[in-house]
Every structure is written in structure tokens, then in C-alpha cells.
Design a protein around this ligand. Structure first.
Ligand code: AMP
Length: 216
């Protein structure tokens, strides 16, 4: 199963990705997590991405497509994968098609703009694993501590309120057009498209997604 999770920053893609990947035994490919890892280890990619990410600006299509194409050549991707935060522009989606990466399912998690800002500012992450929490909607068992490792959680630099609005604008101008791009492919029966509301609790949203997959 090859899945794309689409939706604005703060829609809950990371949380749903974890559930889906566990259910279908596929790797979670988050380009944001890969870039953060590259920054942490100080690779060339990390150096290129650092300033852009801190300001909510997208890394170039060419760079990100290369990273993803290399990643899906790895053994753990033979029976599929889940893309979270990729593709984020029409050229990235087009590059996947050009490289004959056939997607089975696109899941759009829909959340109104006004809800997103509150969600992003409450988000906390465990840096090493990329595990996501939210101080109100998906809190860790102990405040500011990762449930599995006991290590501290952080607020991502790009979740600061000043950057959130920029990220939302980037989403609206560059990523939103992907909805029509994939709806058209769904009408042509090239893939299955599911739109779910991201306003419920994380488990309500994942129940909706899993029920849809079971019935299709
Ligand atoms: P995310 O964790 O998916 O919200 O990504 C955080 C940041 O990483 C974004 O604001 C971009 O700067 C960069 N990024 C992640 N994925 C992509 C992508 N597919 N294309 C370009 N930039 C990306």
C-alpha cells in the first residue's frame, strides 16, 4: 500500500501516520523528519534546509525529490510506504508520476485555517523519533516528556506563532493545488481519494480512515 497524507500543517498528519504505518506495516516517510534529522547530523542537506525550514519556506523540489527517491529504494519500502509532508508542490507530485511511483491512496485531512494556528502552537515533538504530541489534544503522560523514552519534548522552531502564519500561506499557495491534482486522478480511477475531517480526536480520525480502507 502506497499512501499520501495531505493536509495543512497542524492537521494531525504525523499522528495519523503513526497509526496507519503500524496497521499496515509500512514505513512512515516524513520529509520534514528527514530534514530535521539532516540538520541534527549536520549533513549538506541539513545545511541547505536549516534556514528555509526555520522560516517555513519549502526546500527546493529537486533536492526533496532526490531524497525521497533514494529513501523508497530501501528494502523496507518493498510493500509500500506512507508519505507525510510529501509531495508538497505540483512539481513534486509530477516527479513521482514521471518516476512511475504509483500511489494507491491519498488521504486528505481537512482542518479549517482558524483551527490550525492554535493546534500548531500547542504541538510538541520528541526530536529523535519525530513522535508528535499536543498539549491539549494528544498530551504526553507526563507534561513535556516523551512517553516511550522519558526524554524531553520540544517546540519546533517553525511552530512558533510568528512562523505558523507563513507556513499556512505556503500551504495555501503551493500545496492546496495538489487536492485537485489527486482528485482528478481519483476520477480517472488511478487512485483512491479519501477526504476526512481532522476535527475529531486522533482516534476518531483514525477510525474513519481505517473504516474507509477496509471498505474499499
Ligand atoms: P513538516 O514537518 O512536514 O511540516 O516540514 C517542516 C518543513 O520542512 C517545511 O516547512 C519545509 O521547510 C520543509 N519540508 C518538508 N517537506 C518538504 C517538501 N516535501 N518539500 C519542500 N520542503 C519540505
Amino acid at each position: 500500500m502506497k499512501i499520501i497524507l495531505l493536509g495543512p500543517p497542524g492537521a494531525g498528519k504525523g499522528t495519523q501516520a503513526e497509526v496507519l504505518c503500524q496497521n499496515f506495516h509500512i514505513p512512515h516517510i516524513s520529509t520534514g523528519n528527514m530534514l530535521r534529522e539532516a540538520i541534527k547530523t549536520g549533513t549538506d542537506l541539513g545545511k541547505k534546509a536549516k534556514k528555509l525550514m526555520a522560516n517555513g519556506i519549502l526546500v527546493s523540489d529537486e533536492v526533496i525529490v532526490d531524497v525521497v527517491v533514494e529513501r523508497i529504494k530501501q528494502k523496507d519500502c518493498v510493500s509500500g510506504f506512507l508519505f507525510d509532508g510529501f509531495p508538497r508542490t505540483i512539481p513534486q507530485a509530477q516527479a513521482l508520476e514521471d518516476k512511475k511511483v504509483d500511489i494507491n491512496l491519498v488521504i486528505e485531512i481537512n482542518v479549517p485555517d482558524e483551527v490550525i494556528i492554535g493546534r500548531m502552537s500547542g504541538r510538541r515533538v520528541h526530536l529523535d523519533s519525530g513522535r508528535n504530541y499536543h498539549i491539549d489534544f494528544n498530551p504526553p503522560k507526563v507534561p513535556d516528556i516523551d512517553d516511550l523514552t522519558g526524554e524531553p519534548l520540544i517546540q519546533r522552531e517553525d511552530d512558533r506563532p510568528e512562523t505558523v502564519k507563513d507556513r499556512l500561506n505556503v500551504y495555501l499557495s503551493q500545496t492546496l493545488p495538489l487536492i485537485d491534482f489527486y482528485l482528478e486522478r481519483s476520477r480517472n480511477q488511478q487512485l483512491n481519494y479519501l477526504k476526512v475531517s481532522g476535527l475529531g480526536s486522533p482516534s476518531e480520525v483514525s477510525d474513519l480512515i481505517l473504516a474507509h480502507i477496509k471498505n474499499n
